[in-house]
Design a protein. Structure first.
Length: 478
């Protein structure tokens, strides 16, 4: 028996325009395309996977360290090992003040060093030492060989993976030597934190068995050597790998050989310095002090000098790249000079806070925040232009440049007078006239945006993208 299908109207081509006009906005759609096979490309999925892996590594390393040290030893080691961490993190963050990277990259690096790299080092070092002891039937030489050969290779390779991942997947946020030093420093700080818990916890357990306390205890000696004398040991080793990746980043994408060989050279140097440090005790009773004074301290001073030189080089990038925007009218002539000085930057923020804090302190804080944001966007603009000069302007260069100029233009009324005052007060602008007077108190950044933006007298890159007429009928910037 046949069942006749009910008649259903079908949209005809002639009625298409009428129906398309009645389609709701995307936010009110009832039917959405199913994302088949796109879950792997989701940023949320990848972030969740990274957090899950690091959390699992953290739980495993926590259980291993607690089993070796005991509960009391673990708590004592944790309390003592955490002491140098804030100082080291603050030092590396201070170094990154010119163009600070996002905290998520640094937290990932620290977590990788404390959890993933430490777990790989404990498992690989234990397995290698046992295998060498079984093969040679000499446990003493196995421990020495494991500490001087196996441990440096395994540990430095595990720590360098964090730098490699950020170098590959956060390329826009990894622009030079300073970024490599900071990321490597955070990774090594996390690794040293976990390792110090293990060493200090074992020392405390040994003191409990021997009944020693006070300054003559093993715990006090271990704390003095690892936390007081050499808190920079692991960061110094891994920083060599970070410097290699930083030099590779400076070379750009066109120097493929440099991008491979220089990081490998930095990793080999990190392994060699680590091996020398671990094997210093085999050079006699004073071998440790000889290596510490004759090698480690000079290397630490050299790396510190290199880091400060690279930081100043980043500041010089601002004074080199930003004048073209000052010539085009986007910046005042004295702004590149003020932005290239950390002292002038701080003075500009302080003066903006002081000049806008009466009678409402919230306005002063908002003004200082607007100046800080202005400085950050100007630094990003200079780094964007330097990267385009080195690697060539990408497809999104114009859009990123326009976005940064847009942010600068919205904050110029508060930031420009403060930076001009700072340029005069710090001697960056050597003119025979007194600093400009404080500008009138203005609304802090955060109010309603202007209806339109005046065009500079010589817009860089063509007509003003923020005006409907391209800025052809607008006057010069105020």
């Amino acid at each position: 028996m046949r069942h006749q299908q009910p008649a259903v109207p079908v949209l005809e081509g002639q009625q298409l325009d009428e129906f398309l006009g009645a389609v709701p906005e995307r936010g009110h759609w009832r039917y959405r395309p199913r994302r088949v096979g796109m879950v792997w490309r989701s940023k949320a999925f990848r972030a969740g996977a990274v957090v899950t892996v690091l959390a699992l590594c953290g739980l495993v390393i926590l259980a291993l360290v607690r089993r070796q040290t005991g509960s009391e030893g673990f708590l004592v080691g944790l309390g003592l090992a955490v002491l140098p961490v804030p100082l080291l993190m603050a030092a590396f963050r201070w170094l990154d003040r010119v163009d600070p990277g996002p905290w998520r990259n640094l937290l990932f690096a620290f977590s990788w060093g404390a959890c993933a790299a430490a777990l790989v080092a404990i498992i690989a070092n234990s397995f290698a030492t046992r295998w060498i002891a079984t093969a040679t039937a000499d446990p003493g030489s196995a421990d020495t060989l494991g500490a001087t050969v196996v441990a440096p290779v395994v540990e430095e390779s595990a720590k360098a993976i964090a730098v490699l991942l950020i170098f590959l997947f956060r390329r826009r946020q990894f622009g030079g030597i300073v970024d490599g030093i900071v990321v490597a420093g955070f990774t090594a700080t996390g690794f040293a934190f976990t390792e110090n818990i293990l060493y200090l916890g074992n020392a405390f357990g040994e003191d409990q068995q021997l009944g020693t306390t006070g300054l003559v205890s093993v715990t006090a000696g271990t704390f003095f050597v690892r936390v007081v004398m050499s808190p920079f040991a692991h960061p110094l080793f891994t920083v060599l790998s970070g410097i290699g990746f930083g030099i590779a980043a400076l070379g750009g994408a066109r120097h493929r050989v440099r991008r491979v060989l220089v990081p490998l050279l930095g990793l080999v140097l990190a392994m060699g310095m680590h091996a020398l440090w671990n094997g210093s005790s085999s050079f006699g009773p004073y071998g440790f002090y000889a290596v510490y004074g004759a090698f480690m301290v000079p290397c630490f001073g050299l790396v510190t000098w290199l880091a400060i030189w690279a930081r100043r080089r980043e500041l010089r990038t601002l004074s080199t790249e930003l004048p073209v925007y000052a010539a085009a009218g986007w910046l005042a002539p004295e702004e590149p000079l003020a932005l290239a000085s950390m002292r002038a930057r701080g003075m500009a923020r302080d003066m903006a806070r002081h000049w806008n804090s009466h009678p409402d302190r919230a306005r002063g804080r908002a003004a200082a925040r607007a100046v800080a944001e202005y400085e950050s966007f100007a630094t990003s603009l200079a780094m964007l232009r330097r990267r385009a000069r080195r690697d060539g302007a990408g497809e999104d260069f114009a859009l990123r440049e326009q976005e940064l100029l847009h942010h600068l233009w919205h904050r110029r009324d508060i930031a420009r007078p403060a930076l001009a005052y700072a340029a005069h007060a710090t001697g960056r602008l050597r003119l025979h006239r007194p600093p400009p007077p404080p500008f009138p108190r203005q609304l802090p950044y955060g109010g309603p945006p202007p209806q339109h933006l005046p065009a500079p007298h010589r817009h860089y890159g063509g007509p003003n993208p923020y005006l409907e007429d391209g800025g052809r009928h607008a006057g010069p910037p105020t």
